[in-house]
Design a protein around this ligand. Structure first.
Ligand code: C2E
Ligand code: MG
Ligand code: MG
Length: 625
């Protein structure tokens, strides 16, 4: 009898079903649908084999044609159901859930399925067997062929239409699965003795299992907990089906300076065990030393998190501390993207316990809005550079200036750097932003207009992160070469924090640039950690006193002494001093008397656009020209 292929397929399917059932799984919608698809495939194959056996028995041995007819009907009904489940599997993860048109598509396809099943049940069906050629025919079978083709084609079309929204692997698996099925149906239609369809559907299940539903990729090899991929799928599923959840994360911070792999592994395994013992809720390892558990109920989450913290506090043999991030209500975040952004941001927190609240989410949203504003400004060239002149006390003219970045909104409004520089530093956008500023300044200097009006140097601010990537010195020099700028025209303003963060890299880059003729000054002096080492050992020519420090001179007797002493000391070291934030004539006079080299402040000029800056130079440097 022509059932060898089907028996093979049944065996393959059985193996996958056992493997799939035995593995630890997350409660995901796709997983459930896959389980349904496997069950339908199983039932379909069983009835396929049964119908072939019964057709042969009816044709050759006089077995009841009525019973055989029923079995043939059940087989084709199951075949269509399998096609339908395949389609449901495809659209569930692709079609938007909240759009009316998608709901209509769902209702229509479901109705077609129900009507089709009824038709297959009532329309006439016949069967025949001649050697290895065994098949059923009649209106009922035609409905089955038409519906199966519709479902296969719809699945392929939906998959192709939504291919940008799914990982490449999913796309390939879906197309292969449905393509093989279609090919098998065509072959079987042309050569009825080759009964390929059943085998092809089992083969399709193998592809889906290996490529998409293989639970092992969701399991962390060393701890047996779920992985980050699993968390991502789970959280997406929860938001997609509007299911609220709570979550806590626990992070281990080792206190020893040397790496003790065995000790760390031991801590990880103990944590994993403790999390699993908390209850049936899924526990994830989302980074080497970061774990989380998801709950349906926030009180239970708080309770379990307290339990874990108690257990951690009881551990005395591992030199580590724990930090905990608790998210009581997932609905405070707008969706999986915001949820993961939140997680990413607040996992960095140094606090021992952080509990998510609306305010934190709002802050994150604002930050994200700023991030997008920076991206937009970079793309549509709305990053501008304003210039603020410094007064050279000895020369009585303005021969230096500071370049200060601004973003011009689409409505023309100017956004100051205090709003976006901290975000840009956190997101890494400071790198493209810094280059844009450098390019603009070089473009401005390349015209030569400002130099004709007495400008000798422009200070450009650089953040720590800008010195933290591959060869910033080379990129700076490339810019100078491209615009044919004399490097002596540029002065890079670095901060103490920058210098503290990655001292070695910074020193190396500074050295490279200094040899090319670029100068450096130390910005914001008096605000952060003032370490004499920064200006003793760093190749900085100028120290810029932050305006809060300068202000202190006027209202704090002690700061007055510190400042005066500082200026004296810096002069002895052959360094010059720029004081920032001078707003009144009185302040200006006091600073002049103290003997500083440069004065910067609103008293002379606010930071202004290129054109205004040139006019300022033209009218204020005229006497020295
Ligand atoms: P900064 O480098 O210390 O720049 C001096 C800041 O003091 C400027 O603020 C300037 O407008 C302000 N200022 C100058 N004179 C006075 C005054 O008399 N009174 C008062 N109240 N303020 C005065 P701005 O332009 O808002 O820049 C703020 C900070 O943003 C800068 O501080 C700098 O750290 C950063 N920044 C600006 N442009 C860039 C850039 O292109 N790259 C990087 N990485 N940071 C930048
Ligand atoms: Mg500065
Ligand atoms: Mg400053």
């Amino acid at each position: 009898m022509n059932i060898e292929l089907q028996c093979c397929a049944l065996f393959i399917l059985f193996t996958i079903a056992v493997m799939f059932r035995r593995e630890k799984k997350l409660d995901l919608m796709n997983r459930k649908l896959f389980e349904h698809a496997i069950s339908a495939c199983f039932a379909c194959l069983t009835f396929d084999i049964l119908s072939i056996v019964l057709i042969n028995m009816s044709v050759h041995n006089g077995f009841s044609p009525f019973i055989t007819g029923i079995v043939c009907r059940l087989y084709i009904m199951l075949l269509v159901m399998q096609g339908y489940l395949g389609y449901v599997y495809a659209y569930t993860s692709m079609l938007p859930r909240d759009k009316t048109w998608a709901k209509v598509v769902r209702i229509i396809s479901h109705s077609i399925f129900v009507v089709g099943e009824i038709l297959m049940l009532v329309l006439p069906i016949g069967f025949t067997a001649e050697g290895r050629v065994v098949y059923s025919y009649g209106m009922s079978t035609i409905v089955a062929y038409v519906l199966s083709s519709i479902y296969i084609l719809s699945t392929i079309v939906t998959t192709i239409a939504y291919r940008k929204q799914m990982p490449g692997r999913r796309f390939t698996a879906m197309i292969l699965w449905q393509g093989i099925w279609m090919l098998a149906a065509i072959i079987q239609f042309c050569q009825p003795q080759i009964l390929l369809v059943g085998f092809a559907s089992a083969f399709g299940m193998v592809i889906l299992y290996i490529q998409l539903e293989n639970p092992s990729e969701y399991i962390d090899g060393s701890t047996g907990l779920f992985t980050t991929n699993a968390l991502s799928a789970y959280v997406h599923d929860k938001y997609r089906y509007g299911k609220r959840f709570s979550m806590f994360t626990a992070q281990i911070h080792y206190l020893n300076n040397y790496v003790d792999y065995a000790m760390e592994q031991n801590a990880v395994m103990r944590t994993a065990r403790a999390l699993v013992n908390l209850g049936p809720e899924p526990a994830f390892r989302i980074d080497d030393d970061t774990f989380c558990v998801l709950y349906d109920d926030k009180d239970r989450m708080f309770d379990k998190a307290a339990n874990i913290k108690r257990q951690k506090d009881g551990v005395k043999d591992v030199p580590a501390k724990g930090t905990y991030l608790l998210i009581p209500d997932s609905m405070e975040m707008s969706g999986p993207d915001e949820f993961f952004r939140f997680l990413h941001t607040y996992l960095e927190s140094e606090e021992e316990i952080t509990v998510a609240n609306e305010e934190m989410v709002l802050k994150l949203r604002e930050q994200n809005a700023v991030k997008e504003m920076i991206d937009d400004a970079l793309i549509s060239d709305r990053v501008e550079v304003f210039y603020q002149p410094f007064y050279n006390v000895k020369e009585s003219r303005f021969d230096e200036a500071e370049a200060l970045v601004r973003i011009r909104q689409e409505d023309g409004e100017i956004v100051p750097p205090g709003v976006f520089i901290p975000v840009a530093e956190e997101t890494g956008q400071i790198i493209p932003l810094g280059f844009r500023v450098l390019e603009k300044v070089c473009g401005f200097l390349a015209k030569g207009d400002a130099q004709k009006l007495g400008l000798e140097q422009v200070g450009i601010n650089v953040s720590a992160a800008q010195f933290d990537h591959d060869n910033p010195a080379n990129s700076v020099m490339e810019n100078m070469d491209r615009y044919k700028i004399d490097p002596g025209l540029i002065n890079l303003e670095i901060t103490e924090t920058a210098a503290a963060e990655n001292r070695e890299v910074m020193l190396m880059n500074m050295d490279k640039l200094r040899r090319k003729g670029i100068e450096f000054s130390l910005d914001d002096f008096g605000t952060g950690r003032s370490n004499i080492d920064y200006f003793v050992n760093m190749p900085v020519k100028t120290i810029k006193f932050d305006y809060s420090f300068t202000r202190g001179f006027f209202d704090n007797e002690k700061i007055k002494h510190v400042l005066t002493g500082m200026v004296d000391m810096l002069h002895k070291m052959n360094m010059s001093v720029v004081v920032e934030g001078i707003e009144t004539e009185e302040q200006m006079q006091v600073m002049k008397d103290m003997g500083v080299e440069y004065i910067q402040g609103f008293y002379y000029s606010r930071p202004v656009p290129e054109k205004e800056f040139l006019s300022f130079l033209a009218s204020n440097n005229a006497h020295t020209a």
